[in-house]
Design a protein. Structure first.
Length: 378
């Protein structure tokens, strides 16, 4: 499968080089009427579209060019897709479409489309166009996706910044927050997606945001940018405004159903030692995964995941000693776990995901207390 994918990638690259060379030979210069625009699309329902999308439009009516360059393409059929995504070596690539096709797809999905025509010199426009044609016809078409540092928005941002005398302004509302808070705010109505992201992301996402990495941030940054006293773009054009269709939200996808389930777990763990041990085994394996994925993955966001202080791999040896009725080691591990949970709770006091993590704190404390209590009584 890997060799097949490599062959297809090489074939695709060969085709795009031929197309790119042909395009370069036929259209080497943009006309004075050419315009480059930033396209910003609203959020979607799918997980990969939660944060919106960014693309660049090249519109030259004299040369009959109206092309959208999209840095956010990926292939679901890539061998070991999810493994590569988790590891951080999944390749994204640049694709193109006509503006009409691009517009149709986002209107069909009922997602906002905003356009900002960039006030660039003809030389700057030509430089961007030349770079995009070169990227499309070379290995630079493919890039390794990084959640914060390298995505469809940051790639477009860098293309624009490369021709500016001053970088796009980062003085937008999001840069007053940390990365975790920014991402948290995007998923307030998708609790379990939010929970999963906050569980796997580590300390890096608690850093103060220092770059434009989401589509709406780049839009806002361009709105605030002035080069030599002149705005980088005129007023933002609304190409399409999504319709307010009231979609039925799943009744289960909220904090209350989660808290209810965790309350049942607390009750069962309090009553039954076997259930407490089963729960601690599951949580311990989850904590072990969060610990090891930080060593395996190239995504910096999953490193130093302090959630393992409460979702602790220590629960696995605890269960082992509990089954062997070794009260000495049970007591030691439980007391250490209590201490780690206390540290975690204090550390979490100013974190966006504190409330969603509290049920884990309560259930783990209950299960640990039950295991220790039964060990001391036996």
């Amino acid at each position: 499968m890997t060799s097949r994918f490599s062959f297809l990638k090489s074939l695709l690259l060969l085709i795009t080089i031929c197309i790119g060379n042909s395009a370069q030979s036929q259209i080497q210069k943009l006309s004075e009427k050419a315009q480059i625009s930033l396209l910003t699309c609203g959020t979607g329902e799918e997980l990969y579209s939660l944060y919106g999308h960014t693309a660049l439009r090249i519109d030259d009516p004299i040369n009959h060019i109206d092309v959208v360059y999209n840095y956010g393409s990926f292939d679901f059929s890539t061998p070991n897709f999810y493994g590569k995504f988790v590891k951080g070596d999944l390749e994204y690539y640049v694709s193109t479409s006509s503006f009409e096709e691009f517009n149709y797809s986002y209107v069909y999905d009922n997602r906002d489309i905003f356009e900002q025509k960039l006030n660039l010199t003809h030389e700057q426009k030509q430089k961007i166009f030349t770079e995009l044609v070169h990227v499309l016809s070379s290995e630079k078409r493919f890039y390794t996706y990084k959640f914060i540092d390298r995505n469809c928005t940051t790639m477009v941002r860098d293309v624009i910044n490369n021709v500016l005398t001053e970088p796009i302004s980062t003085k937008v509302p999001d840069t007053e927050k940390n990365y975790r808070q920014i991402l948290y705010d995007y998923q307030t109505d998708k609790f379990y997606e939010n929970l999963g992201i906050n569980l796997i992301f580590g300390a890096k996402t608690d850093r103060q945001s220092d770059q434009l990495f989401l589509p709406i941030e780049l839009l806002q940054g361009i709105e605030k940018t002035k080069i030599n006293g002149k705005p980088l773009s005129d007023s933002t054009i609304t190409v399409f405004k999504s319709q307010n269709v009231k979609a039925e939200k799943p009744l289960w996808n909220n904090f209350y159903t989660f808290a209810f389930v965790m309350l049942i777990i607390v009750f069962l763990a309090f009553k039954k030692r076997g259930f407490a041990l089963t729960y601690l085994t599951i949580i311990g394996l989850l904590g072990l995964f969060f610990t090891l994925v930080g060593l395996y993955s190239l995504h910096q966001e999953v490193l130093w995941n302090y959630n393992v202080l409460v979702l602790s791999p220590l629960y696995i040896p605890l269960v082992f000693f509990a089954l062997r009725k070794n009260s000495l080691w049970i007591n030691r591990i439980v007391l250490l776990s209590f201490g780690l949970i206390a540290v975690y709770t204090i550390y979490m006091l100013n974190k966006a995901h504190l409330i969603m993590m509290l049920p884990f704190v309560v259930t783990c404390l209950t299960a640990l207390w039950k295991v220790r209590k039964d060990a001391l009584q036996s």
